[in-house]
Unconditional design. Sequence first.
Length: 396
Amino acid sequence: MKRTVKDLVNLEGKVVILRVDFNVPLDDGGKILDTTRIVQSLPTIKYLIGQKAKVVLISHLGRPEGYEIRKSLWPIALILIQALPTSVHFINKVYGDEVKQRINDMGNGEVLLLENVRFYKEEIECDMAFARKIASLGDYFVNDAFGVAHRKHATTYGLARLMPNAIGLLMEKEVSALTGAVDNPKHPFVFIIGGGKVQGKINLILKLLDSADTVIIGGAMAYTFLVASGVAVGESKVYDESVSYARDILNIAKERGKKILLPIDHVCIRESAKRKKPFVTDEMVDDMVGFDIGPKTIALFKEEIKNAKQILWNGPLGKYEDPEFAKGTMEIAKAIADSDAYSIVGGGDSLSAIKMAKVENKIDLISTGGGATLKFIEQGSLPCIDVIQDKIVLKR
């Protein structure tokens, strides 16, 4: 069991470096489109404020190559000013004498947001000299950035190796929920997976065949599984190198008595048509290309969801960002929200989908991780969690 922020004592006046995940989606002009990740970090920040610590926030945003004004974190400081009951400051650096002076000038219980740490190439290189410069700013390190806990970067992995540390409240919540969902699931447990490439999700599906009762496969990856089961998919995208793996998964599921549901009808277009108008078909032939699940599949999947006691969903079931192919994903999002099951949704596209469907308040756990969520389920932990100190349990 890992030490949490609540295990740290006597924090008044101490400098706590809090790694958060403010990697929020932006439009082309740099405007923040969704503040979910900021909002979900607030409980840990507010807890540290209440303990009268000096809170130094550090995060990344996007994948900049050097300094990019549109990926500066200063707009996030404006949101934090409105959201927090204390003074919030911003500085366009992440280490150095100027940062140290700003921290010294802070009052207890105040917040300082540092600049986008990925403006420095040393971050993703996990440069320990770079990490030491940041570590010299504080007394404790708290990692609340579950979404990047699978990446050994300087401010996620390096700082934890250099400082007394703990995980934050959001990290604790996600780890506890995901661990319980996999190791002690409520049954029937339905795992819904969509999106594109199959290769990166093979081990995940195999892992969840141990605990899930039903695996629902949709999205672009479903066409690879349909080919593996002998069903024609027209000209739909198929990952040929993954067909044999998909066939193995189908065979293993059958041997274990587990149910795998694949689409039985599709929303398609014809590549050769001058006017590519979508249509529904049970059978994809010739130059048909599938972009969404059809009404029969929606009904099939909904019936399984209705009877579930636990649902884990990752990945859209069609090209949901196009209104012509959004219905399948939207209908499944609403079905999950309306079910009596304990629901967990993870992955950037899935989160966008539940927001489009306006059901985010009816999901039990919205995981901030995409790749991190999948890796945690598959492996049972992540490098940046492993490096956190264990909780001391006194034996009586």
